[in-house]
Design a protein around this ligand. Sequence first.
Ligand SMILES: [Ca+2]
Length: 244
Amino acid sequence: MKRTLLLVFVLFSLLFATAYGSFADNFDDNSTYSPLWLPVSSGGPSVSEVNHRLEITIPATSVGGTFYAGYDPFSRIRGDFDVRVDYQLLTWPAGNEVRLGMMMFGDTIGYANMVRCSSTEELYIADFYGAPLPSPRVTTTDMSGKLRLTRQGTTIIGYYYQSGAWVSLYSKVVTNADLGVSLRAWSHDTIFPDKEAKVAFDNFQILQGSLVPAVPAIPEPSSLLALASGLMALGLVRRRLSSK
Ligand SMILES: [Ca+2]
């Protein structure tokens, strides 16, 4: 029975992967596209889709080994991809030790994260699975900019944007597994100087890559019902996003 359910799920996945080549979310409707995105937060930070963008506040009172807020993915991206997002630093005191990032991660080992952070220097960092430490980085004065991750085969490349062009910061063989994309801001008790920071993401785009639902280990009937509902909702989402 479970094998049959799994087969149904795979067929759903293939149909879905075929149907969804690319999409964009400009956050202009000030409403989370559920189940495309899942708002997440821990330790005090908050996330809200307002002012036609995705705003994340890290209050001075935030606490935790890692505290964060942002959007996590409902879905995974399959195959070669090209994913981009704009960012703005709305409240950004020097040395605030907050990081914002666009992270690709999956259900197995392997991730890639393009980060903008404020530490003793203002930095772009490529935090990739298996990369040498300290992670590849470059200093910047940008208070707004763009982050991009692409994959060809198993090689992921992280970019930032400078003087009207994409600049490759780091390239590494990571994985060809399905990966979700997360937009988050975060910090850690051990380094956070208790200064509020506020950032925003905007104009999220998947220009290449097939979007597929996250695969549970063994789908149960209730999961399939939820999946069917999710696919129907995502169909509506796709039409809404395409109409923007
Ligand atoms: Ca927008």
